[in-house]
Design a protein around this ligand. Structure first.
Ligand SMILES: Cc1cc2nc3c(=O)[nH]c(=O)nc-3n(C[C@H](O)[C@H](O)[C@H](O)COP(=O)(O)O)c2cc1C
Length: 195
C-alpha cells in the first residue's frame, strides 16, 4: 500500500479478533514506531509490548478498579467521564480486548515526551493499516500515569521510575476481518495557504 493510501484510509479499530498477529508483523509495527523522528534525535521513547492474555486481563482489572474509584468532576474530559462511568458499572475494557497493547513511556520532565511518542504512535498506526491490522490510540494509562497501582504494575514489566507514561496503542486483526478504511470527513483541521 502506498504511504498516501495507508495514511488516508487509517481508522481506529475498537473491535478485535482474538487471533494474535504473527510476531514478524508486530515487530514491523514496532520498528515503524522506533524509526519515528524525535526532538534532538533523543530516541528515548520506550515501547512496552504486552501480548500475554493473563497479564493484559490483570492490567484491565486494575484500570477498571482505579477508574471506578474516581469521582466525576465538571472539568473532566468527556472520554474520561465515560471511562469512569463504565468502570463504576464494571464494564470497562480499556484495550478493547485487542491481543497486543503497546505502552509508550518517555523521560519525566523531557519537553518532547508526548510529541515524540505521538510521532511513534502515528507511524505504528499507519504501518498497521498497511499490514491489514487494526489499531487504536489508547490514552487511559497516560491519564493514570501518576496512579501508584498502575505504576507498580508497569514497573514489573519494564517501566522505569524516571519514565512517564505518554500513550498506548492497541493492535490486532479487526473482528470483521479487515479494518474499516472509510475516512471520516474532514470538517476541521483548517488549512491556510500563504502564497
Ligand atoms: C491523542 C489521542 C488520544 C486518543 N485516545 C483514545 C482512547 O483513549 N480511546 C479510543 O478509543 N480512541 C482514542 N483516540 C482515537 C480517536 O478517538 C480517533 O482517532 C478519532 O475519533 C478519529 O477517528 P479515526 O481514528 O477512526 O479516524 C485517540 C486519538 C488521539 C490522537
Amino acid at each position: 500500500m502506498e504511504a498516501y493510501d495507508a495514511i488516508i484510509t487509517r481508522r481506529s479499530t475498537r473491535k478485535y479478533s482474538e487471533v494474535m498477529p504473527d510476531r514478524e508483523l508486530i515487530e514491523k509495527v514496532i520498528t515503524a514506531g522506533r524509526y519515528a523522528p524525535s526532538g534532538h534525535n533523543n530516541q528515548t521513547t520506550h515501547f512496552l509490548v504486552f501480548t500475554n492474555k493473563s497479564i493484559l486481563a490483570e492490567l484491565t482489572e486494575i484500570v477498571k478498579q482505579e477508574f471506578a474509584e474516581m469521582e466525576i468532576t465538571e472539568d473532566m474530559y468527556i472520554s474520561m467521564k465515560n471511562a469512569v462511568n463504565a468502570s463504576k458499572k464494571g464494564v470497562f475494557v480499556f484495550h478493547y480486548n485487542a491481543p497486543v497493547l503497546i505502552v509508550t513511556a518517555n523521560q519525566k520532565g523531557y519537553g518532547n515526551a508526548v510529541a515524540d511518542s505521538a510521532c511513534a504512535l502515528e507511524n505504528m498506526m499507519i504501518m498497521a493499516n498497511s499490514l491489514d491490522l487494526g489499531s487504536c490510540w489508547i490514552n487511559q494509562l497516560h491519564w493514570l500515569d501518576e496512579n501508584p497501582r498502575i505504576r507498580a504494575f508497569l514497573y514489573k514489566y519494564g517501566l522505569k521510575e524516571e519514565e512517564t507514561i505518554t500513550a498506548g496503542l492497541v493492535l490486532g486483526y479487526a473482528a470483521d476481518g479487515m479494518p474499516d478504511r472509510n475516512a471520516l470527513e474532514r470538517k476541521g483541521n483548517p488549512v491556510t495557504w500563504v502564497e
